[in-house]
Design a protein around this ligand. Structure first.
Ligand SMILES: *[C@@H]1O[C@H](CO)[C@@H](O)[C@H](O)[C@H]1NC(C)=O
Ligand SMILES: *[C@@H]1O[C@H](CO)[C@@H](O)[C@H](O)[C@H]1NC(C)=O
Ligand SMILES: *[C@@H]1O[C@H](CO)[C@@H](O)[C@H](O)[C@H]1NC(C)=O
Ligand SMILES: *[C@@H]1O[C@H](CO)[C@@H](O)[C@H](O)[C@H]1NC(C)=O
Ligand SMILES: *[C@@H]1O[C@H](CO)[C@@H](O)[C@H](O)[C@H]1NC(C)=O
Ligand SMILES: *[C@@H]1O[C@H](CO)[C@@H](O)[C@H](O)[C@H]1NC(C)=O
Ligand SMILES: *[C@@H]1O[C@H](CO)[C@@H](O)[C@H](O)[C@H]1NC(C)=O
Ligand SMILES: *[C@@H]1O[C@H](CO)[C@@H](O)[C@H](O)[C@H]1NC(C)=O
Ligand SMILES: *[C@@H]1O[C@H](CO)[C@@H](O)[C@H](O)[C@H]1NC(C)=O
Ligand SMILES: *[C@@H]1O[C@H](CO)[C@@H](O)[C@H](O)[C@H]1NC(C)=O
Ligand SMILES: *[C@@H]1O[C@H](CO)[C@@H](O)[C@H](O)[C@H]1NC(C)=O
Length: 444
């Protein structure tokens, strides 16, 4: 039986408001921007966004010249305005010192200028904030309650990634910082910013709830033959009620990735290019851990020139080491109630990929140790477009470890063709009876 999920409550869409203030405090000022009124649209994550009162103080940060470190001035502005203020960043700033900004309560960050992180690899390797989760680290972290970061379409965050990609090409153990981590934020928004060249993931939303991301432009491009590495657009982790929408992403890794304990998430209106898809996972990487991804609605997006459009990746049921920075497996948990609806695929290697043998090339091992993660209540609705020639005539691959680990898969109105006009799907180890119109073939 095929049943359509109910959609969230629509809230009127209001465009980003940009106002020019006649007041300028230094000659370096670009323009001041007002807080935009951007709402989740057309779907919300299942509950209304918390009220965010207007701010009652302003802390303007003056920039130094010639790339000198502005971190101290930025930190003191946050300390001064941490309770109910607006931090105005309207010039070109350099951050060369790790910043812990997780003490905020009711703060707006109006970034109409730019923030560039230094590429001092020795400093950041020793001083960036570290997380156990996937060996990640970050230049800075923002958290607390009710924080709005907005760029009015002109604000820029530059991760200065080239030096990191060059160094990684010579040393694949090098850990690289994430451009923006929101850690432990209850209620907030990140809108109207351009982000370029993150050394690692662009954004990690962790330990957070009720976050809206909208009207962003993300772009990672290498200037030489060393590839951009791990430039995920957004990763959600231990977070709920998150909406990511109306943004353009040009990168080389996941456009959006739902990491462990991502629940009640909406992704809508994204235009992604060159990525690894909008991905659930990877999950089940850590033996001791229980991972949940549940109630995820991925609506009205387009994906081009990527390895995958829709992707669900979980590790096999045993731990093993594949690469120094990619090892794992044996973790348990579940993926449940995930919907991909209205999804355009242009020239992606796979339109849909479901894989319970992630991070492992030894398929014998995956058959011996089925994944400890179940995948169920999965919907693919209204997908259209093309795949690349890579797997022609095949357009998708859905391979589970066993029918006990994958159930209630549904597909409806899927129209995807390979360059030769064929559309074969690899389907293995689950009930395919509700994949309408799928031409399933064996995995050979
Ligand atoms: C400013 O706003 C904060 C947070 O809403 C509030 O706690 C504080 O009392 C306000 N301060 C003034 C001077 O109104
Ligand atoms: C590679 O990077 C790692 C992590 O920063 C470091 O410990 C190691 O010394 C580096 N190796 C070389 C050969 O530079
Ligand atoms: C999330 O919260 C946990 C528990 O407080 C903490 O250990 C971790 O560092 C936080 N951030 C991330 C990214 O895991
Ligand atoms: C789909 O998203 C695009 C932006 O990529 C937007 O312009 C369009 O209005 C959205 N359509 C629907 C039906 O939500
Ligand atoms: C899109 O992705 C492809 C493949 O990675 C890349 O060649 C291209 O430059 C990207 N951007 C645009 C706008 O085409
Ligand atoms: C995810 O949530 C479950 C249930 O609350 C919990 O048992 C588990 O430890 C959490 N996992 C992570 C990675 O935080
Ligand atoms: C499934 O997730 C959608 C959001 O994607 C939500 O609206 C719906 O209530 C969820 N269904 C169940 C049974 O929880
Ligand atoms: C996909 O890649 C091709 C070739 O690089 C490019 O012309 C096209 O614009 C890309 N599509 C998007 C949506 O960027
Ligand atoms: C693959 O895994 C199986 C089971 O653990 C093992 O016996 C075999 O040697 C592995 N093959 C390779 C090439 O590592
Ligand atoms: C994980 O799966 C293996 C077999 O594949 C099983 O022996 C083990 O008990 C499972 N662990 C958990 C926590 O479910
Ligand atoms: C099938 O999907 C296409 C593309 O989204 C849409 O235009 C069409 O209305 C859908 N057909 C049905 C019967 O839902």
């Amino acid at each position: 039986m095929f049943s359509r999920i109910s959609s969230g409550v629509a809230i009127a869409f209001l465009a980003t408001a940009i106002t020019c203030s006649p007041v300028t405090s230094t000659s370096r000022d670009k323009q001041s921007i007002a807080r935009p009124d951007i709402q989740p649209f057309p779907h919300n994550a299942g509950r209304a966004r918390p009220f965010s009162p207007s701010r009652n103080a302003t802390c303007h940060v003056a920039a130094q010249d010639s790339g000198a470190d502005d971190s101290a001035a930025i930190l003191s502005a946050f300390q001064e305005c941490k309770n109910g203020g607006t931090i105005v960043l309207d010039a070109d700033y350099t951050i060369g010192t790790a910043l812990d900004l997780t003490f905020l309560d009711g703060v707006d960050i109006a970034l109409s200028g730019s923030i560039t992180f230094t590429n001092d690899i020795d400093y950041w390797t020793a001083n960036a904030f570290r997380y156990d989760f996937q060996n990640s680290m970050t230049f800075w972290k923002i958290g607390g309650k009710d924080v709005n970061i907005y760029g009015g379409g002109v604000g820029l965050i530059d991760g200065n990634g080239q030096a990191w990609w060059d160094a990684f090409a010579a040393n694949n153990s090098l850990l690289r910082p994430i451009a923006l981590v929101v850690d432990g934020l209850e209620g907030g928004s990140i809108t109207g910013l351009r982000m370029i060249n993150s050394p690692n993931w662009f954004n990690l939303i962790a330990n957070s709830s009720d976050i809206l991301v909208s009207d962003m432009v993300l772009e990672a491009k290498s200037a030489n033959s060393n590839p951009v590495k791990n430039s995920d657009g957004w990763d959600t982790y231990r977070s709920e009620y998150v909406v990511i929408q109306n943004s353009v992403i040009d990168n080389t890794d996941d456009c959006v990735s739902f990491k462990p304990n991502s629940t009640n998430i909406v992704v809508q209106g994204l235009v992604c290019n060159g990525s690894h898809g909008i991905s659930v996972g990877s999950l089940g990487q850590y033996v001791e851990q229980y991972d949940i991804v549940e109630n995820v609605y991925i609506y009205n997006n387009s994906m081009s020139n990527a390895s995958d459009a829709a992707r669900i990746k979980v590790w096999p049921g045993v731990h093993s080491e594949l690469e120094p920075v990619l090892s794992g497996g044996g973790g348990s948990g579940y993926v449940k109630n995930v919907t991909y609806e209205r999804y355009e695929s242009n020239n992606n290697d796979w339109a849909i990929e479901v894989n319970q043998c992630y991070g492992q090339s030894n398929t014998t091992l995956c058959e011996l140790y089925p994944s400890n993660m179940t995948i169920s209540d999965i919907y693919f609705i209204d997908m259209w477009g093309t795949t690349s020639s890579k797997h022609d005539p095949k357009v998708g691959t859905l391979v589970c470890s066993s029918p006990e680990q994958c159930f209630n898969f549904h597909a409806k109105n899927i129209s995807i063709t390979s360059p030769t006009g064929k559309s074969e799907w690899i389907c293995a180890n689950f009930d395919t009876s509700d994949l309408e119109g799928f031409n399933c073939v064996a995995d050979v």
